[in-house]
Design a protein around this ligand. Structure first.
Ligand code: TEU
Length: 546
């Protein structure tokens, strides 16, 4: 990092960082093939720097057949030619560092691609071989072994097992895949698997990455008996006790570097106390609080989530990590514009009515609420533009296995992955060269949401985020304030009011009526215009005592 960064800040940067998530396929297309790449991303680093974030998390850029947008990794030490080369990635890491931006990469330890050399070798080798032992191969049940070894479902729908054809042409064993069949699960009881990922961590840390986002981080270890669900006792593959050993080993690797290398877990656990166990001082540094993203726009629900999260994290002295949106979930302005504004994978449906103006207003209020909380915050590309979920993509352009494996019942995740609009009045909106056709079509109405259009509009979502990040940095950003908690203030029902870290006081009105603001204060920033000392519905204001 730049030598101007104070040492105390360098050590604890991750405790209150704002981290911007980049889905490289959809960020910027440098070569005109319709797919975003590292050359395009490098040209857009100005936007990231101007936004005022501390770091970037880049979702998988590794060689991959792209059965699941790159989460099917064929080589965890490379870069897919679609995105560029390893040299491009190294250049990006250095260039970002020169601008004071750290890079986190995504490591996918639960599974590999079916094109990974280990899986190819396993298919070519016989049952019981060391090659198969790196995965979960089992004979089927029933006559002729025609039925899967157990009843586990794939997260994407259908069974979590696929049967292979043995090298001699006969129907053979089955292998486990908690996601798509193109994503065989690794066997974490095999020492070679553990050694491989420890080496992968070092590979990227040695190239200067500041952290790792751990994909599907609760799922790695399995009950060796692979029992049917539901069973008695611990879950056979979610949040198992032996998983903590994996992360203890990873933390030792991270801590061996002179400047902090951080591990952030993607952990969909509902119980904040179970989540916090992964954040003990010798395990992961942070984990996403997905309950915040799942909560509806409701003061009591959000407050309960904030309180439970803070309590769970305080017990292990870890900073909470807030997130409203990512490449897997419905975009924030769309979710908040629905009658039911909660998020649940199981409840995703087609044709749910949306009020976009209401959703945008709430998303603005939610952005300021989130950025006032103690801890770190992740933003997903396009959130700073207020992009909506694109719900009318043509069926023949959809790619997400979550959609296809549900038989079309689930709309899938393509709608939150539509390429970024940068400039101009018609697609591709500067995503790629004029005339190029982005891999997913952008709505023509995005002309009003481009970075260029929002830059010059003082009240745009982009300018709200820029102002908020500037003020947040001024109000916190220092070792004395990063750990301080939150103090709730008396406020009417349906209003969340608190002193956050540093000097910020945050008031969010989730009701449908105006509420009075306290006397004698300065307004630093508000998500909507304030009138006569009152806070309008669905609005957040940041205050400072006058
Ligand atoms: O997501 C993993 C994940 O566990 C959830 O999104 C999951 O689908 C949900 O819990 C269902 O109940 C990660 C990535 O973020 C996603 O994009 C990948 O598709 C997935 O892992 C497989 O690598």
């Amino acid at each position: 990092m730049p030598s101007t960064e104070p040492a105390h800040r360098a050590r604890s940067w991750w405790r209150d960082a704002v981290i911007y998530q980049i889905y490289p396929r959809s960020y910027a297309d440098g070569d005109g093939d319709g797919v975003g790449d590292l050359a395009g991303l490098r040209r857009r680093l100005d936007h990231v720097a101007a936004l005022g974030v501390d770091a970037l998390w880049i979702t998988p850029w590794y060689p991959s057949p792209m059965a699941d947008g790159g989460y099917d990794v064929a080589d965890p030490r490379g870069v897919d030619p679609l995105f560029g080369t390893l040299a491009d990635a190294e250049e990006l890491i250095s260039e970002a560092r020169r601008r004071g931006l750290r890079i986190l990469v995504d490591v996918v330890p639960n599974h590999v691609s079916d094109a990974h050399p280990w899986f190819r070798a396993a298919l070519a080798a016989p049952p019981g071989s060391p090659e198969r032992a790196r995965f979960h191969f089992r004979p089927g049940r029933g006559p002729g072994g025609d039925l899967p070894p157990n009843n586990w479902p794939s997260e994407f729908g259908g069974p979590a097992w696929t049967r292979v054809v043995e090298p001699d042409g006969t129907p053979g064993e089955w292998y486990l895949h908690l996601f798509a069949p193109e994503q065989p699960d690794l066997n974490w009881a095999d020492a070679r698997v553990r050694a491989e990922y420890e080496s992968v961590l070092r590979f990227w840390f040695d190239r200067g990455v500041a952290g790792i986002r751990v994909d599907s981080a609760t799922l790695l270890t399995k009950d060796p008996a692979l029992p049917d669900l539901p069973g008695e006792g611990p879950h056979p593959y979610v949040d198992r006790e032996d998983l903590h050993d994996v992360y203890r080993a990873w933390r030792r690797i991270a801590d061996a570097y002179p400047d902090p290398r951080v591990l952030v877990g993607e952990m969909w656990l509902r119980d904040p106390a179970r989540l916090a166990r992964y954040l003990r001082p010798d395990e992961l540094h942070t984990a996403f609080t997905f309950d915040f993203l799942r909560s509806p726009w409701d003061a009591d629900r959000l407050r309960a989530c904030i309180d439970a999260t803070l309590a769970g994290h305080a017990a292990v002295d870890a900073p909470p990590t807030w997130v409203l949106c990512n490449h897997d979930v419905t975009r924030t302005v769309t979710r908040y514009g629905r009658a039911d504004s909660s998020f649940d994978f199981a409840g995703k449906a087609h044709d749910v009515p949306v009020d976009p103006a209401l959703g945008t207003r709430r998303a603005r209020a939610a952005a300021l609420l989130t950025l006032a909380l103690p801890g770190s915050v992740y933003l997903y590309q396009g959130e700073e533009l207020g992009l909506p979920e694109v719900e009318d993509l043509p069926a023949d352009r959809l790619r997400d296995p979550m959609h296809f494996r549900s038989g079309g019942a689930d709309p899938g995740r393509d709608g939150c992955r539509v390429p970024m609009p940068w400039s101009g009045t018609a697609p591709p909106f500067g995503f790629g060269p004029d005339g190029s056709d982005p891999w997913l079509p952008q709505p023509p109405a995005w002309a009003a949401l481009t970075v260029a259009a929002q830059q010059t509009a003082p009240d745009s979502m982009l300018n709200l985020y820029r102002s908020a990040l500037r003020l947040r940095r001024a109000a916190t950003g220092g070792p004395t304030t990063t750990r301080s908690g939150l103090r709730w203030l008396p406020a009417p029902d349906g209003v969340l009011a608190f002193h956050g870290p540093g000097t910020l006081t945050c008031w969010t009105n989730l009701t449908s009526r105006q509420v009075p603001l306290p006397a004698r204060h300065d307004v630093l920033l508000s998500s909507a215009p304030l009138t006569g000392g009152t806070l309008p519905p669905d609005t957040t204001a940041w205050l400072r005592p006058a």
